[in-house]
Design a protein around this ligand. Structure first.
Ligand code: 26Y
Length: 804
């Protein structure tokens, strides 16, 4: 992809002329954007072709990452960076008198995910390509991405995200009609004897055309492009007459219309199950078809194919591969099962009970009766194999079908050879508690793979100023190998470097201050501490704990306006699931508190509260480089891993954290002196569950400070929250505060005082910041995917690394 600026400019002008018959000076930003994407795409397409042809030539084992969510954000800059074109294009645009940033902003965020799980999948795709692994993604091409969030009178309002209808559309996808497959759903199925096998005969089934849209996943400087394949539901040509009315047609097209804006609560059950079967069936059919083109023996498929089940949403992969091996390839049950278990692996992302999927048997039967039959048979054989050998109750607790429901996590664990958690504490909890029964049955299947983040997006692209300072300090090799960031540890005493870190942070804070001003009209002081909590809004993540402290500070300042506190800007970014009433009430309370504080002249610059609308990947890229403090304050044991914690530390923020998820590993890496840890431990939380000795009402009644702070929710101090304030007040008092907010409140205040004190010593602060940046390399997703590749999928890297 060697290219000179002059050649690029030449090509760009030519392409613009061909596509739009325009000169550079006459083109709109979208036309310029589209032209640039088209050049980028045509430049990597030859490599893309070679990548998969090489897989075939080398007879390479390939893995497929099945995920109902992918959250890549924008791809233009990331593709330019990975192709080695970034600086060249920026310079060329400047020479042409064009505003590169404005043109890049035209791209809609590809928001086909809710939060952590979807973004992790996207960071993995970047790392897998950059490490040269033959691994492709498989998901859904939702017509509407995650809703756009607006605040109206402080309330969250959801608007549709019509990302495909924007002027830019999705410039990166290639529709591959020739690779479409047919997915069969609904109706009835009968098994009829034919020769020596049972043939399923479907009646009244619906046939859906699954059309793949492929997006190239460009590796970093390594001539390697993988595929993210997203499926769209359409009416099959041959079945046009079966769907005469608009309503009929909509039923089909609705399958891939919306992403469920729901990261732990349930909604739209039937349609979600259809989505799950749709992308599972389409993906597995296309894998088997591809495999058969080049190999004969389906009973050896596990040697060439690995399939990863990202959370339980694609757990039907187990049954679908069995269906194809049995019904279409006529393998024996035993052979098919042996191969299926070897092919499949599963990641669990949560211990929250409400997010562990189960489906009612009649619903499963309605969506795909043959799949239910196969699951029932797997369940039956599981029970039979264990009967008499182990405790009967354990069998009841672990079987797939029980209580009238299909337990998807059970299907995923029983039908695969590997189950992993996403941080050490989370994996320990799975083994000792949540999945303990399975751990006793299959201890060898359990393993940990701590999450990671793509340093290319979260440092090189999001924070070019910091990247440059790092280049000047340790050279550029860290751009290819994140582990090199550790060399920064040799520069802790370099006060010139520490000063540069201050300058970088300040510039990033000024940049964010502009965004804040533009979006909210509020002016914030870049000299203040920027204190950031960005993640989905959920009770267990405890945005509320943060809010209560803000209210406390406000009361303190009202009482004593001269109080010497380090000025802080509290920044929130969070979407709540539309059906999650409590989370939406918290948003309203934060917004009203923000309005009260931001407009109070007596508070001035000491305190500002900013809740930015529509948090997503692109906004995260603006916020994270500007953060001084990273809030990771979930109730211990509840956050499986967290990944914003990693992104923020990589950008030099210091972490205020509970001992939860990956925070524990962050602490291990940076040392207890370089992180602010507080609050209940997992053991203490579990102790409370056991002895029921937590009584939150006592904290309200007996602790004058808590009393005073909670009263502001219900006594009119914070205006316009009469319903929401009471709801939250009650949850924390009479309803016994499920997430121990009041229990951890004082510890949280104390640790935050320590944050203030440390911040006053800027030299110390910058040193701590540097130690965090250096150690963030332990959380590079490049490292994480290497472990998946070698320890779970058994695939090897096939690309040579290029320069930096
Ligand atoms: C079944 C449905 C209700 C559902 C939909 C989405 C259930 C779960 C989810 C998404 C879960 C999720 O995003 N989990 C997060 O995964 C991250 C990546 O592993 C973790 O860092 C984070 O702690 C976890 O909450």
């Amino acid at each position: 992809m060697e290219l000179t600026k002059t050649a690029f400019i030449e090509n760009f002008k030519k392409r613009l002329g061909q596509k739009y018959a325009l000169d550079v000076s006459d083109a709109t930003d979208s036309e310029l954007y589209d032209t640039l994407c088209s050049l980028v795409k045509s430049s990597y397409s030859a490599i893309w072709r070679h990548t998969w042809k090489d897989y075939l030539k080398e007879n390479e084992k390939q893995a497929y990452y099945f995920s109902i969510e992918f959250l890549p954000g924008k791809l233009l800059k990331s593709n330019l960076l990975n192709m080695g074109w970034y600086q060249l294009v920026v310079d060329a645009f400047q020479e042409l008198g064009l505003d590169f940033e404005k043109v890049a902003a035209v791209e809609p965020d590809m928001a086909l995910g809710n939060g952590g799980l979807g973004r992790l999948a996207a960071d993995f795709m970047d790392s897998l390509a950059s490490e040269g692994y033959p691994v492709n993604g498989n998901g859904i091409r939702y017509k509407y991405g995650l809703f756009k969030q607006r605040f109206v009178n402080g309330y969250q309002v959801e608007l549709p995200d019509e990302w495909l209808k924007t002027a830019a559309g999705n410039a990166w996808e290639i529709r591959r009609a020739s690779k479409a497959v047919t997915v069969t759903m609904g109706g009835h199925v009968n098994l009829v004897q034919e020769n020596d096998y049972l043939k399923p005969v479907y009646e009244d089934a619906i046939l859906i055309q699954a059309v793949p849209y492929d997006v190239g996943m460009v590796g970093y400087h390594n001539q390697h492009v993988n595929t993210l394949r997203l499926w769209s539901a359409e009416i099959p040509d041959e079945a046009e007459s079966q769907y005469p009315t608009i309503e009929d047609r909509r039923q089909i097209e609705d399958i891939t219309a919306v992403l469920y804006p729901d990261d732990s609560n349930e909604s739209g059950r039937r349609l979600r199950l259809k989505q799950e079967y749709f992308f599972v069936s389409a993906g597995i059919q296309s894998i088997v078809r591809h495999y058969k083109k080049y190999h004969e023996a389906l009973d050896q498929i596990s040697q060439r194919v690995a399939i990863h089940i990202n959370d339980t949403h694609p757990a039907m992969c187990v049954a679908e591969l069995m269906r194809i091996l049995l019904d279409e390839e006529h393998l024996s049950w035993e052979k098919a099962w042996e191969q299926t278990v070897k092919v499949m692996s599963y990641t669990n992302h949560t211990i929250m009970a409400e997010a562990l999927e189960t489906w009612d048997i009649p619903l499963m039967n309605e969506i795909q009766p043959r799949i239910l039959q196969i699951i029932a048979e797997i369940d039956h054989r599981f029970v039979t194999a264990l009967a008499g050998k182990t405790d009967g109750q354990l069998i009841e607790r672990t079987r797939i079908i029980s209580g009238g429901k299909v337990h998807m996590a059970h299907l995923a664990i029983i039908g695969s050879h590997s189950t992993n958690g996403v941080a050490q504490l989370h994996t320990d909890l799975l083994e000792s508690d949540v999945l303990h029964d399975f751990y006793t049955l299959y201890p060898e299947r359990f393993n940990n793979k701590t999450n990671g983040i793509a340093t290319r997006r979260w440092l090189q692209l999001a924070n070019p100023r910091l990247a440059e300072v790092i280049d000047q300090t340790i050279g550029r090799n860290w751009r290819q190998d994140a582990n090199q960031l550790q060399q920064l540890l040799d520069h802790q005493a370099d006060s010139q470097l520490l000063d540069q870190l201050v300058q970088v942070k300040l510039a990033n804070k000024q940049r964010l201050a502009k965004v804040i001003k533009q979006q909210t009209g509020v002016t914030v002081n870049p000299q203040a501490i920027f204190d950031v909590q960005i993640k989905r809004l959920h009770a267990y993540k405890r945005q509320l704990l943060n809010l209560l402290r803000i209210i406390k500070l406000y009361l303190d300042l009202k009482e004593n306006p001269d109080l010497a506190i380090v000025p802080r800007v509290f920044i929130f970014g969070a979407k709540a699931a539309p059906s999650y009433h409590y989370a939406k009430s918290i948003i309203k309370c934060i917004n009203e508190t923000a309005a009260l504080i931001n407009h109070d002249q007596t508070i001035q610059d000491k305190l500002k509260v900013i809740f930015l609308e529509n948090y997503g990947v692109s906004l995260a890229e603006q916020i994270i480089p500007a953060a001084d403090v990273s809030e990771q304050i979930s109730t211990a044991s509840k956050e499986a891993s967290g990944t914003s914690n990693m992104k923020l530390m990589l950008n030099g923020a210091l972490t205020v954290a509970t001992l939860d998820g990956a925070n524990i590993e962050i602490k291990e890496q940076v040392g207890a002196d370089n992180i602010f840890i507080f609050g209940l431990t997992k053991q203490e939380v579990y102790q409370y569950y056991q002895d029921h000795s937590y009584h939150s009402l006592d904290y309200y009644q007996q602790n004058p400070l808590i009393h005073r702070v909670l009263n502001t929710l219900v006594d009119g101090t914070i205006p316009n929250i009469s319903a929401e304030g009471h709801e939250i007040f009650d949850s924390l008092t009479y309803l016994n505060d499920d997430y121990f907010v009041l229990r951890d409140f004082e510890a949280y205040l104390r640790i935050q005082d320590q944050v203030d004190e440390t911040y006053r010593d800027q030299h110390k602060w910058q040193q701590m910041s540097l130690i965090n940046i250096a150690n963030a390399c332990h959380f590079s997703s490049d490292g994480t995917v290497k472990k998946y590749a070698s320890e779970i999928w058994n695939v090897r890297s096939v690309a040579q690394k290029g320069g930096v």
